[in-house]
Ligand binder design. Structure first.
Ligand code: CP
Length: 362
């Protein structure tokens, strides 16, 4: 079935249609209150979540549908060793659509390849978080009235921040977007996002370690939390955790119309004093997440009824390369066949279809 694993699974036109639907839902909620009557959403959360899980559940209830699921892997049969693929097959017997969050990169894609219902990636490790990106795009659109001609700063943990990777990939497809990357060297944007998004789309970008220097030029500041759970070393986390704190004083350096986004939860990277500033859009962003998830559920259920299928990756090699990424789902589920997609034939560059780890092959 057609699923949403990575934001680029949808064309710009499809994303724009979702934005329109979300705006219409916001203006005419009654029109949609029975749209999913008799349908069930399964929420499979193998990792903690507040916003994503509860906004998915609120979205389905507001569409007149029902919800089932779990919010702790320890209460599911994954704790007894059940594979993601088997879990997805089971859930297909009980629900019409599922949203999955998993600590292993590529797990929702494994589920989508096994399920007979649409699968939505609700965050897979440090890899992708496409529904957060939909919330981010709607927030920028509603706050600033456009998704082009923007200078967008990303600040904090750009290495592990999956929301950053997904949003940069989405913005790459809009006209005249300039990206400002603000991070300590240790948490810089991964090279693969740099080469395969920023360079591929010829995006204008600059890097700095100074939030203060970057602020005056920004239309959007996307703050992120330093992701403690992704660090191998606690000492390294302690050293980097307070790299950036946005304060009311620093906000005086920003444009009048600049908007501050944050996928949340925040730890202490945005002072609570900033919440009083009308440019702080992060709580409105959480509401937008529910609206976009409503629009997404409607789209995928309609496409499932039409029998629309997920596209199979082209130009793949099966079992010839091995994924060494310890965060990839292939590292814990031995039955998954290691499969790589060719992304640059001339230089023999391949990427794992689950986690996008890079390999060279002659
Ligand atoms: N933004 C986000 O994904 O929040 P949760 O982890 O609370 O779902």
């Amino acid at each position: 079935m057609r699923s949403l694993i990575d934001i680029t699974d949808f064309s710009v036109e499809e994303v724009d249609q979702l934005l329109k639907t979300a705006c219409d839902i916001s203006e005419n909620p009654g029109k949609y209150s029975n749209a999913c009557r008799g349908k069930k959403l399964a929420t499979l959360f193998f990792e903690p979540s507040t916003r994503t899980r509860l906004s998915f559940e609120a979205a389905m209830y507001e569409l007149g549908g029902n919800v089932l699921g779990f919010s702790d892997a320890g209460t599911s049969s994954a704790s007894k060793g059940e594979s993601v693929a088997d879990t997805a097959k089971m859930i297909s017997c009980y629900a019409d659509i599922m949203a999955m969050r998993h600590p292993k990169e590529g797990a929702p894609y494994v589920a989508a390849r096994s399920a007979s219902i649409p699968v939505i990636n609700a965050g897979d490790g440090g890899h992708c978080h496409p529904t957060q990106t939909l919330a981010d795009l709607l927030t920028i659109y509603r706050e600033l009235g456009r998704l082009e001609n923007l200078t967008v700063g990303f600040c904090g943990d750009l290495k592990y921040g999956r929301t950053v990777h997904s949003l940069i990939s989405a913005l790459a497809r809009y006209h005249n977007i300039k990206i400002v990357l603000i991070s300590p060297e240790e948490l810089a944007l991964p090279k693969y996002v740099r080469y395969e998004v920023l360079d591929k789309y010829n995006m204008s970008y600059e890097e700095t370690t100074s939030l203060e220097n970057a602020l005056p030029q920004l239309d959007v500041l996307y703050m992120t939390r330093i992701q403690r759970e992704r660090f191998d070393s606690f000492d390294e986390y302690e050293r980097l955790k307070d790299s950036y704190v946005l304060t009311a004083e620093k906000m005086t350096l920003a444009k009048e119309h600049m908007r501050v986004l944050h996928p949340l939860p925040r730890v202490n990277e945005i002072s609570v004093k900033v919440d009083e500033d009308s440019r702080a859009a992060y709580f409105r962003q959480a509401l937008n997440g529910k609206l976009m998830r409503m629009a997404l559920i409607l789209k995928l259920l309609k496409e499932a009824e039409e029998g629309k299928q997920m596209e199979e990756p082209k130009d793949v090699v099966v079992d010839a390369l091995h994924c060494d990424n310890p965060r990839c789902i292939t590292s814990t589920e031995q039955e998954i066949v290691h499969t790589f997609k060719c992304v640059n034939r001339e230089n023999g560059i391949y990427r794992c279809i689950y986690c996008e780890a890079k390999k060279k092959k002659n």
